[in-house]
Design a protein around this ligand. Sequence first.
Ligand SMILES: *[C@@H]1O[C@H](CO)[C@@H](O)[C@H](O)[C@H]1NC(C)=O
Ligand SMILES: *[C@@H]1O[C@H](CO)[C@@H](O)[C@H](O)[C@H]1NC(C)=O
Length: 484
Amino acid sequence: MEMGGKNLKCLATIAFICAFVWSFSLQNCQARGGKHWAHRKTGGYRHGRIHRHRGGSSSLGLTDSGHVGSEDVVGASLASKGDASKGGSGNFNVLDFGAKGDGRADDTKAFQAAWESACNAEKSTVEVPSGSEFLVGPISFSGPNCKPNIVFQLDGKIIAPTSPSAWGSGLLQWIEFTKLKGITVKGTGTIDGQGSVWWNDSPTYDPTDENLDKESSSRKLPSTKPTALRFYGSDGVTVSGITIQNSQQAHLKFDSCTSVQVSSLTISSPGDSPNTDGIHLQNSQNVIISNSNLACGDDCISIQTGSSAVYIHNVNCGPGHGISIGGLGRDQTKACVSNVTVRDVKLQNTMNGVRIKTWQGGSGLVQGILFSNIQVSDVKTPIMIDQYYCDGGSCHNGSSAVAISGVNYVNIRGTYTSTPVHLACSDSLPCTGVTLDTIQLEGSGRSNEPFCWKAYGELKTSTVPAIECLQSGNPGKAQSHNSC
Ligand SMILES: *[C@@H]1O[C@H](CO)[C@@H](O)[C@H](O)[C@H]1NC(C)=O
Ligand SMILES: *[C@@H]1O[C@H](CO)[C@@H](O)[C@H](O)[C@H]1NC(C)=O
């Protein structure tokens, strides 16, 4: 708001309006900045923006930091206060905020605007309707001052830009929901990262692609590949029904979240797409993942440090690398994962089945793990603990390790193609409390014997094949004193 050069009377009027708007805003939202006021109401915003934006909609006007340029939405209209008829709640359809949904025009700002309105309203829903395809650049649905329990109803399709200019020097995520209390993303819609341009080492561009201007076609995509959909620092997160496909890197990440529920999710990417984890958990507690189909090029579910009370059931995985805890303890870090249950899971054509992997030299503890009713089919190595994990480069053995204690395998059945059981535990900190109960694994062709190294625990039943390498009892003095 420009104050300079105005006479006193004008200043007083502006001050009055500001005070009025400010007091009004306090009822709805702890506004962080002027831009919240501007698009609090649908109508005023709608008029303020569409005309201005029409011209440049085919090239994504995103800044290098990935923040959507908000200059032309700021201060769109103070006159919008006449639109209070919606009573501060309701549905906010992105089409009403100027989204074109033609798969070509940049709809980022329309999504941002719909979000800002929903953020300030009680029990609000952002609607992304079916039958349309929305091109949306990197975007953050940011929450610290939003009303709780926003629903993001996704029935249409959201696609990511493939032009290097949209990604600047590299971003950790494409679509982010951050610092929210109660956020639900549900519907029958699809989030498509259009990742194939990122998967190839030297991307080639279609010169007829309208999203490509001359400048950007000479540039390459940044080496940092984004996660398609990431939730950060939120409590009460639900993701249900949607499909996430062809992500640039991981499909769905939860970082520093509590009370997370994922159900009826479909993840779909080719088995040879690099680093395309399905669901990635980090620093998150009370997580339930159920009734989902996960097909990707890396771990279907990856459970990282800080995760506890994780319950995964009725999930299909494949193609992919299986369900993994870790890699943990990289670069001498401390890692803690506890109370993870994975049950009633089918893995088909995956590299591993259920796996725990830690790097040499770390510290911390993995404990309280149950893998139960796991059905494998043509899985290379169904049961794996690898405390010598080394993902490229050269690694040397350290004297410390992330300890592994209390890992129970119950009713693991099916077929494998390489090794049925591979338990490679640390020399300095052997695994303890590993139990195997009702293991029935059938090899195909030439396959290896079960392998154990420094693995201590108990066979609860006889197994097929016979597993004779598990050592009973405790390793004595070398037992772990790691804690979390
Ligand atoms: C893990 O479960 C045990 C047993 O139910 C419980 O005592 C412990 O507090 C849990 N740990 C975490 C970090 O949730
Ligand atoms: C690390 O230790 C394991 C188990 O003792 C051994 O098989 C492996 O060769 C060692 N690796 C290196 C790089 O020393």
